[in-house]
Design a protein around this ligand. Structure first.
Ligand code: SR1
Ligand code: MG
Length: 428
């Protein structure tokens, strides 16, 4: 595979020499480079991730590979994604300080970024599989989303700045294409990379491929994803892109960032919480032993939407300097009241988008290429299929009947009803 000039895949020894050659990093790590411990820990789908520990402190190093790690060299992927990730992280650090890892160093040619080592944080998805509650998550993730989405939108930016910002991320189209294919297309057609819990979900998989109303609904969402540069979105905001302790939240991995629809990020968070909810019964050691966790998950689903909407609206009401909704068109008491009604209508549209994207994000994790450990770690395939079928049933209704979910409480009530629903499973 031809590689960009100056790029090489770093192995442990090269990385040690490389870091020792960057004076600030050498000093930060401390001690003799030869004694630094270097471990490759990447368990994501795309990149190499190293944890490096020196005599004084540690760092995390992420390097993009020229291909999709999950699949191999047969699926090339531009190294430029490291550039967009660095750009997004820099922007997010300004807009949501303390909620992303500190950036320490970036090397464009090596597609490599060195960041603060998040310790003792763990990937949130792993904690949730173990049944851990994160009481600060809803507050932190809603601050992150409200601030990054509002301040990069036309509500906060001039038209010129917004268009420049769109252009800054427009080259990240290969990553968008992954989303367009893996989320919005493949689960609904025959695709070699699709897989699901066989034989139990065979009938459900076939029904996705035959359901033209669903094909219309997912295609509308795809179009919205492709053609709605509303704000700088993270683009892959699932619970595997969040690192947590009980008290801290850090959002990582924005390599899919581009200007897209806000509901895609909010929907990703909600979908991944809902999948954790449906997977939970599959991780029970005794019947009902995770009920408290499940209650917290649904409470968090409600808080995420409600707090996000409240914070976003507060930012808008506090003074929107953007070129959308010019203040001169909404002067006086009547104007203010009309603008407030419009803000509510805006949030209602955003909620409908969020519900649709959450549904799409769920279906792709059960029938597409990239699954999640919430379901995958349920060892007994029959139990796994039951959890997955419940999640799909909710997702399908959310996608086809968004109007049946006017509020977030309608979503959590529907999820609660499906908690013990017994799906009919295929047998062959
Ligand atoms: C081929 S990449 C598969 C998935 O991994 C990333 O985390 C994104 O979710 C992407 O869709
Ligand atoms: Mg990722």
């Amino acid at each position: 595979m031809a590689q960009a000039e100056g790029y090489r895949i770093l192995h442990e020894a090269d990385l040690r020499d490389y870091l020792a050659g960057v004076p600030d990093l050498k000093a930060l790590l401390g001690g003799e480079a030869a004694s630094w411990s270097i471990t490759e820990v990447g368990d994501g789908n795309l990149n190499l991730v190293f944890i490096v520990k020196g005599g004084r402190s540690g760092v995390a190093v992420k390097q993009a590979l020229p291909y999709v790690r999950l699949v191999g060299e047969s699926w090339p992927l531009p190294l430029s994604r490291a550039h967009y990730e660095y750009l997004a992280l820099s922007r997010q650090a300004q807009l949501a300080p303390g909620l992303v890892p500190a950036l320490l160093h970036h090397d464009e040619a090596l597609a490599l970024t060195v960041m603060e080592l998040l310790e003792p944080h763990i990937i949130m998805r792993k904690g949730m599989v173990a049944g851990t509650q994160y009481p600060g998550f809803a507050n932190d993730i809603t601050t992150f989303m409200a601030r990054t989405l509002f301040f990069t939108s036309d509500l906060a930016l001039s038209a010129a700045d917004k268009k420049e910002a769109i252009a800054d991320f427009a080259g990240n189209h290969a990553l968008c294409k992954i989303t367009e294919d893996l989320i919005f297309t493949d689960p609904y057609r025959v695709a070699v990379q699709n897989h699901w819990t066989v034989p139990y979900l065979n009938t459900l998989a076939a029904s996705l491929r035959a359901d033209l109303e669903l094909h219309v609904a997912i295609s509308r969402l795809k179009l919205k994803f492709m053609a709605s540069p509303e704000a700088l979105i993270h683009g892959d905001l699932h619970t595997g892109s969040v690192m947590v302790t009980e008290g801290q939240t850090r959002v990582i991995d924005p390599e899919f960032a581009f200007y897209g629809p806000m509901g895609f990020d909010v929907g990703a968070v909600l979908a991944n919480l809902l999948m954790a909810y449906f997977a939970s019964s599959g991780h029970e050691r005794s019947p009902g032993d995770r009920r408290a966790f499940e209650g917290w998950v649904l409470e968090t689903v409600e808080q995420v939407w409600n707090e996000f909407a409240r914070k976003f609206l507060d930012l808008w009401r506090a003074g929107a300097a953007g070129d959308a909704y010019p203040a001169s068109l909404f002067a006086g008491e009547k104007g203010a009241a009309r603008l407030e009604a419009e803000r509510q209508a805006y949030m209602q549209r955003l909620f409908a988008d969020t519900v649709g994207f959450a549904a799409a994000k769920t279906i792709r994790r059960i029938f597409g290429l990239a699954h999640n450990i919430d379901f995958e770690l349920i060892e007994d395939p029959r139990r796994r299929a039951i959890s997955e079928a419940r999640a799909v049933r909710l997702a399908r209704t959310m996608m086809l009947e968004a109007g049946a979910f006017p509020t977030i409480v309608d979503v959590t009530a529907a999820a609660r009803k499906l908690r013990d629903w017994q799906p009919e499973l295929a047998t062959g």
